[in-house]
Design a protein around this ligand. Structure first.
Ligand code: NAD
Length: 253
């Protein structure tokens, strides 16, 4: 039987990209809901949608997270969360939900960025804190959160390479520059550019006396995130309760 997907945030840029990619991949759409209700066929409300979908995919807003997790728990339907801008309280809510249902949360579903995370971790491990780390990202003019969830994810990978235990998106060494600021040793600094239609560029710069390494990724369209989300969702369907990552879904973990 074809797997069917419920899309939360279905009217958004990612919601629409996921519907297109699902059609291309031969996956069925159980339906889609947005803030204002049903947008793409299927059952009349989110609760009924969650009950018939094999898996839910949420690319909406942090404010919607709690309700979307509650939907997944009530129906026992696994949920992939791609929404970014999540705060510690959102991560705590995901941890609690994952005790009852399968949840895959990731700030980046693309294969390329997940490979880049491994390269950044390896470089940071070898180079140590003698090499400064700066992370530069650019996104389209509509993006709300900054730095991007992916930039924070890459910072987390660098921290893991430097020996930190945590793989969460918020690191002890994360620094934003505002006004005069002497660079702190071990700090990981972020710069965010916003404009035009850029799907997502990330560059991790390792800078030392006299040399630099630049590791980067450029998303040429949202289709890569949509395809990655579907790959993650197909992997997640039928999984027992627990919190999963994109690395689990891609077999990197
Ligand atoms: P968007 O603004 O185009 O779409 C978001 C949609 O969610 C909107 O249609 C909005 O009406 C809807 N929404 C808001 N509240 C809702 C609610 N309570 N219930 C249902 N729908 C609700 O944004 P986008 O570009 O599609 O991005 C969505 C999110 O995904 C952002 O947080 C973005 O940063 C993130 N994102 C993640 C990845 C990834 O790989 N994980 C890739 C791209 C974007």
């Amino acid at each position: 039987m074809t797997m069917s997907i419920g899309i939360l945030g279905a009217a958004g840029r990612m919601g629409r990209a996921i519907a297109t990619a699902a059609g291309e991949a031969g996956l069925a759409i159980a339906g889609g809901v947005d803030r204002d209700g049903v947008v793409s066929g299927g059952p009349a409300d989110a609760v009924s949608l969650a009950a018939i979908a094999d898996v839910l995919i949420d690319f909406s807003m942090p404010d919607a997270l709690e309700a979307n997790l509650a939907l997944a728990i009530a129906s026992g339907t696994p949920i992939l969360i791609g929404t970014t801008g999540l705060q510690p309280e959102h991560h705590a809510a995901i941890d609690r939900a994952a005790e009852q249902v399968a949840v895959l949360q990731t700030a980046n579903t693309s294969l390329g960025v997940n490979v880049l995370r491994g390269l950044v971790e390896q470089a940071a491990r070898i180079l140590g804190t003698d090499w400064d780390i700066e992370i530069v990202e650019m996104h389209h003019r509509h993006k709300l959160d900054s730095p991007s969830g992916t930039a924070l994810l890459l910072g987390a990978s660098a921290n893991v390479g430097r020996g930190a235990a945590s793989t969460t998106e918020l690191n002890r060494f994360d620094r934003m520059r505002e006004g005069p600021h002497a660079r702190e040793e071990g700090g990981i600094y972020y710069a965010s550019l916003r404009g035009g239609s850029v799907a997502g560029d990330h560059q991790v710069v390792f800078a030392s006396e006299g040399e630099r390494i630049e590791l980067g990724h450029r998303a040429e369209s949202r289709a890569i995130f949509a395809r990655g989300a579907l790959r993650g969702a197909v992997w997640l369907a039928g999984k027992p309760a627990g919190r999963y990552s994109m690395a689990d879904a891609l077999g990197f973990a």
